[in-house]
Design a protein. Structure first.
Length: 560
């Protein structure tokens, strides 16, 4: 590990620095609806944070008390976080699309004193999770009624004069895991985690105050917290927010980010959007033509709003190598990274110029990485969580006595110490032939077929594994015509043959079941960061497994 931090690297110290040095430079840009945006300079954002901090501190709670933030990404999300810290409290982010029961569990478990409620897609579904009598502050764009309003507090409260900077080992936040299984666990992180990861990332991407970033993945998730909030506060650059899925492309084009991170499912969606306008084979031919190819590539990146990107990242799940290669041909070197809530999202990163497709990169300057005797990835570093909040037994299960985090992921190193994720120990399953199958690598190969959006390999206690596949939104209806479905079935069957040729006999897929449902957060099939909830999906489709296996077809169409 090579990163060392000073008191001046801590998030509040950096915010105070930019408040003075970049007072009149824009920090936050928030869409207000109808094409209208609102900007905050560093001085304006810090003034609002200071006013809210003064009001929070006046409530008289004990230092270290927890304050929750339940909102989609907005300028007020980051200002709320800064205010909570300045007041001496600990922030507890809550995903903006959880069910009320999970909201209640987190608020109770964290012993939250107050909750900031912001922009939500389904306010009515989430508000019942707020505990009776709990103080609430609504930020602008919140549709909830009867709460204290952010703007009213700002207008009636003088800004905090002092500039407190908690120590590096002081608790900053409790980040609850997105919960692929069961009750979320609360990872306790200190201010040092923000500083170590931000400083390490700034070194890798050579971050300056001139970067631009679009914040759209949930700030309640550790990746956005680290890469966007933490890095923007450290490096002093501008953050734009997305308004909605419908306006996403316009939001992206407004921001013209130089620094952009996305999850694999969205990189695939971008690619599918391009292919919808031009068939892949025709596009490939055009891209190979001298001069014209360069014009075509630039036009595609410009239309996506990615033509200014210096650093493009992907993580949270494997991205099919073919998709990665396609972006590289466009001129965008997607760099994979690997991290978890417990590591503050930043354990390994591909390095510009020496990345390898299919690998998640090298240990970051703030993390050590090694493999156990069984091949499990173990990590240790100054940005790792302190513990799971109020869960000493779960902490002991996850951490070794000498401080290594047991990730549950299986890995391999190449000769340059670049890490490859080869599966998840708990996701491996045994077929009826007694053979173990790791689904993730097979899913990565299946995902090269860009006409499906997501897939999952299953097959516990069946002779051979098989896969479920989800189509992009609207495609199921588009493929109802017999000739269109037959053509798609033929293409998918051919791809299945190609995949099976690359697998060991016990891994070869018996069939692919194409399902009509959308695996969305709202349906409960994926986490807020779009990771599959395997146990939920398997339980939902299990009644059909035997029938599908008995059909003796390579591609099965299943309508709910």
């Amino acid at each position: 590990m090579t990163t060392t931090i000073t008191a001046g690297d801590l998030p509040l110290a950096r915010a105070y620095r930019w408040e003075k040095e970049r007072a009149n430079e824009i920090y936050l840009t928030q869409p207000m609806g109808g094409g209208v945006v609102r900007d905050w300079t560093w001085a304006q954002a810090m003034d609002e944070a200071r006013r809210m901090a003064a009001w929070l501190k006046a409530q008289g709670w004990e230092p270290g008390s927890r304050i929750a933030i339940m909102s989609k990404n907005t300028a007020w999300w980051i200002m709320s976080d800064l205010a909570i810290w300045m007041a001496g409290y600990v922030s507890v982010p809550i995903y903006p699309n959880l069910v009320a029961e999970t909201v209640r569990q987190i608020l109770e478990h964290s012993e939250t004193k107050l909750i900031f409620v912001g922009k939500l897609d389904d306010t009515k579904a989430m508000l019942p999770g707020i505990l009776p009598g709990m103080p609430c502050v609504s930020t602008p764009l919140c549709e909830a009624q009867g709460m204290k309003a952010w703007d009213d507090i700002i207008k009636s409260t003088e800004p905090m004069k002092e500039s407190p900077t908690p120590a590096a080992d002081a608790m900053a936040t409790i980040i609850y895991t997105s919960g692929t299984t069961g009750m979320p666990k609360g990872a306790v992180h200190h201010f040092g985690a923000f500083a170590h990861t931000a400083k390490a990332l700034a070194g890798i991407i050579d971050a300056t105050t001139e970067e631009r970033a679009l914040s759209y993945l949930p700030l309640a998730h550790v990746a956005e917290r680290c890469l966007i909030e933490g890095e923007s506060i450290y490096a002093g650059f501008r953050v734009y927010f997305a308004e909605s899925l419908d306006t996403f492309l316009a939001d992206l084009q407004r921001a013209r980010p130089t620094f952009f991170f996305s999850v694999p499912r969205l990189w695939v969606k971008f690619q599918q959007g391009v292919f919808a306008k031009m068939p892949p084979k025709k596009l490939d031919r055009l891209m190979k033509i001298p001069i014209l190819g360069g014009i075509v590539k630039k036009k595609i990146l410009t239309q996506l709003g990615l033509n200014h990107v210096r650093f493009a990242g992907t993580g949270a799940a494997p991205l099919p190598p073919e998709v990665m290669s396609w972006y590289r041909r466009l001129g965008l070197e997607l760099l994979e990274g690997y991290g978890m809530t417990e590591q503050f999202a930043f354990a390994t990163s591909s390095m510009p110029g020496r990345s390898r497709i299919g690998y998640v990169g090298e240990a970051t300057p703030c993390c050590e990485v090694k493999l156990s005797d069984s091949g499990e990835i173990l990590t240790r570093g100054p940005a790792h969580m302190v513990n799971y909040f109020k869960e000493p037994e779960k902490t002991r299960e996850t951490m070794t006595d000498d401080g290594w985090l047991k990730t549950g992921d299986l890995g391999q190193f190449d000769e340059m110490k670049r890490l490859k994720i080869v599966g998840r120990a708990k996701e491996q399953f045994k077929t009826s032939k007694g053979k173990y199958v790791a689904p993730a690598p097979i899913e990565g190969k299946l995902g090269a077929f860009t006409k499906i959006e997501a897939c999952m390999v299953s097959g516990v206690a069946f002779p051979q594994p098989f896969a479920l596949a989800m189509l992009p939104l609207g495609q199921w209806d588009a493929l109802k015509a017999a000739d269109a479905r037959a053509a798609f079935t033929s293409e998918l069957s051919d791809h299945l043959k190609v995949v099976n040729e690359q697998l060991d006999p016990h891994e070869r897929l018996d069939f692919i079941a194409v399902v009509s449902e959308q695996w969305s957060v709202e349906s409960g099939f994926v986490t807020p960061t779009l990771k599959l909830k395997r146990n939920v999906l398997e339980k939902h489709y299990e009644p059909h497994f035997a029938k599908w296996a008995g059909a003796r077809k390579e591609v099965i169409w299943h309508e709910a």
